[in-house]
Write a protein that binds this ligand. Structure first.
Ligand SMILES: NC(=O)c1ccc[n+]([C@@H]2O[C@H](COP(=O)([O-])OP(=O)(O)OC[C@H]3O[C@@H](n4cnc5c(N)ncnc54)[C@H](O)[C@@H]3O)[C@@H](O)[C@H]2O)c1
Length: 323
């Protein structure tokens, strides 16, 4: 019997998929029960891993039969990938399952800041109907979207903004040299910040992108422009942004991600009228959580059925096997 350790409650359909594989037994550990996790992983062949548990080199050392770790989500920061690769353990992730949901959330944020939905709602409930003429909102039709990072999510946002609002898109991405999918690629990031009406961030958090959007770039933005961040909190200098928002040097911002999560009550973005904040929920829709779980289950099912899983993070193991 091959043991699949599940660290997340699965839907009946996903559970049935795993159970349909010959010679497989599934064992659940409750989310957060680290003691049970450390005990159950010792004789597991595969683990479906949520963010709630860590697989360190030490944990790998206690699980000699482990062959595959399938992460529900894109990030594999709770897995020691190097140690896994050295031990020949495949690390899988689900890089495409959440693109649609994050793109939808981004477009919803663009619409919500433009139409000041939260502000109007708040004022209405206070009895301030007059706000309708005192603080006008803006249209999106024909405006320019500026992307930093033109990967899966950025391109979906561009497509949705073009179809819904007739927006045109310019983008900066050091790994995409030419215009792509209707996005006009600019060679330098400054031109994006100078020209766009909405700057939407979709790059990964790396040593290079950490605090990349700070005082210098924000100063280049039009006073009517908005900054949207559904990528990672660490890519923006929040204090610099808050200062610009306070001075009304830019029109507004919408953030789903924060430099520290959960953010402290002292976060400089709190308490500003022209911002919309959501608690890292862009990918947490009903459909998306099901898609992510399904992709993670499929990775394990493929491996246990002798097929190559679709999304292998440590691809070098697959390449080495083929040589
Ligand atoms: N809010 C959420 O819940 C949520 C969910 C999923 C993903 N994300 C974030 O969204 C980001 C984009 O995801 P994706 O699926 O589109 O990834 P992706 O890998 O398809 O695209 C990322 C793009 O960023 C580009 N890039 C890398 N370095 C850059 C730089 N210095 N400047 C500009 N661009 C750069 C890459 O070339 C790539 O095209 C991810 O980094 C992830 O952290 C957030």
């Amino acid at each position: 019997m091959r043991k699949v350790l599940l660290t997340k409650k699965l839907s009946d359909a996903n559970l049935a998929l795993l159970r349909s594989i010959p010679d497989v037994a599934c064992v659940n550990v409750p989310e957060g029960d680290n003691e049970a996790f450390l005990k159950e992983i010792m004789d597991a062949d595969a683990v479906l891993l949520s963010t709630a548990f860590q697989i360190t080199r030490e944990v790998l050392g206690t699980a000699p039969g482990l062959k595959v770790i399938s992460r529900t989500g894109v990030g594999v920061d709770n897995v020691d990938v190097l140690a896994s690769t050295q031990k020949g353990v495949l690390v899988l992730n689900t890089p495409e399952a959440n693109s649609i949901s994050v793109a939808e959330h981004t477009v919803a944020m663009i619409a919500a800041v433009s139409k000041q939905l939260l502000y109007y709602d708040h004022e209405m409930r206070k009895g301030n109907f007059k706000v309708r003429r005192l603080n006008l909102c803006v249209d999106m039709e024909g405006k320019t979207l500026g992307l930093v990072g033109c990967g899966k999510i950025g391109r979906l946002v561009a497509k949705k903004c073009a179809l819904a609002f007739g927006m045109k898109t310019v983008g900066y991405d050091p790994f995409i040299p030419e215009d792509i999918d209707g996005i006009r690629i600019f060679k330098n990031i400054e031109d994006i910040f100078k020209n766009a009406d909405y700057i939407s961030l979709h790059m990964p958090l790396t040593a290079e992108t950490k605090n990349m959007v700070g005082e210098r770039l924000i100063s280049l933005m039009k006073p009517t422009a908005y900054l949207i961040n559904t990528a990672r909190g660490g890519v923006v200098d929040e204090a610099a942004l808050a200062s610009k928002l306070k001075d009304k040097a830019i029109a507004g911002a919408a953030f789903d991600v924060f430099s520290t999560e959960p953010p402290s009550q002292g976060n400089p973005l709190f308490g500003l009228q022209n911002t919309i904040l959501t608690p890292h929920t862009a990918a947490l829709t009903n459909e998306c959580t099901e898609r992510v779980a399904h992709e993670a289950v499929m990775g394990i099912a493929d491996y246990l059925s002798g097929r190559t899983p679709k999304y292998v993070f440590n691809k070098e193991l697959i390449i080495a096997k083929m040589q």
